[in-house]
Ligand binder design. Sequence first.
Ligand code: BG6
Length: 513
Amino acid sequence: MTVSEVQERNPLAGGPGGVVGAELTDYTMLVAEPASLVIFGITGDLSRKKLIPAIYDLAHSGQLPPDFDLVGFARNITDVKARLCESVREHARTPFDPAVWDQLAERIHLVQGSFDDTVAFARLSARLAELDVRRGKPGNYVFYLSVPPSSFATVCDQLAITGLNRNAHGWRRVVVEKPFGHDLTSSQALGVALERVFPPSSIYRIDHYLGKETVQNILALRFANGMFEPLWNNRHIDHVQITMAESVGVPGRAGYYDGVGAARDVIQNHLLQLLALIAMEEPVAFDADSIAAEKIKVLSATELLGPLAETSARGQYGAGVENGVPVTGLADEAGFPADSATETFAAMTVGVATRRWAGVPFFIRTGKRLTRRTTEIAVTFTPPAHGATAARGAAVSNVLVFRVQPDDGIELHIGAKRPGGGMHIQPVSLGMDFRSVFDPAPEAYERLICDVLRGDATLFPRREEVEWSWRVIDPLLEHWAGCDRPDNYPSGTSGPESAERILSRTGRAWRQL
Ligand code: BG6
């Protein structure tokens, strides 16, 4: 179906949107066809805070497919539409427009049932078939599993029993949310359970960091410009720091977070994906297969650098402040056992065993209840070793910083001469703020849902990527399992002392939060 055919059939559909400049992806191949999106767990937190607001935003900007229907599957469907409307008002990026909401609400259908109820799945199947007939659409379904991983296999099995996973006419896609297991073995088992029911090409694993514009910009900056690649190697780069700091804690999230911890929650997925984008070779094309191939090569060459007792650290927040307000420590939060050994801070050192990266440490850290919220990747270049500035100790380590959030942009730290007599070098920074150059970017979930509907898997990690990432962190998780409790750090600080030592022992320092 062409873009104009799509627009003709649906006033909510605007096609792929105008793009100025050279386009690296052939969007004409990827127009969203008429489809139904089924959300399992439509009453859950993720759906309320992210999915439904993102779908509303897509409706607002005319990017939903023609003849779109949203089917919510949940145990309790009382007042669901009113609750979804509230969540749109509260969390959508674009302003609330009653006309857009009413149009969307008309397309929302609800099926009541639990995940192990075969009869309810038969009702779901009948409802989808009825919508296909009513709108004359071919039976293209996305199944969004916004459910705990323990329910993945149950839902998939039910889809198989009702035959909803098989496509006689249209296509079938399934979307799963992390955590993809809690270690390599469980992740492999999950992969097997999913692939028993859906072919790998129909499985979309969400890592919402890949939906962030600034993250996608890493590839643009590296490969659409000539000046970075010649320097992008161990001859010119001293080290890389990847930081994801959050000021908030995890109150109310004990059910998910306790026993999971910071390394599994965000390093295994978001932060190793950032590393893959920073370290990968240029893909032969900007398509899903080519990008995945390069990321897999990097992740399979990534390994922890030891000794782990010195190159890694973990911590748990204690009482302190969050944005100026006094808060208790994790052990006193509802749902967490007083002796919880769950880490809310994790730091580690990894290397990438390739010719390009041998000898360059990648320092990764993340934490909750830190000084402030910031996610960034800082690439530190080796200072000049010779010459007059080096001899006088005035040479500068240039740092290229990708600011992922909250002030998304790019900055380059260089040394410049201070005005006046003599040659005094002062660090200065060149910067670019995305917001001052581009229109506001869509939320990650808008982009990712849109891509699933279009069948573009570029921003979704493959099973191999997920498994290689577990191979990277599993030895550290095992090491920690045999250690004492995580170190305590007060809420509102930059993390435990032990994290500082990871860099200071190498003569370096973390960038200040
Ligand atoms: C999620 C983690 O994947 O990412 C959360 O489970 C974390 O613990 C969140 O807070 C952070 O996302 P963002 O987009 O706010 O950086």
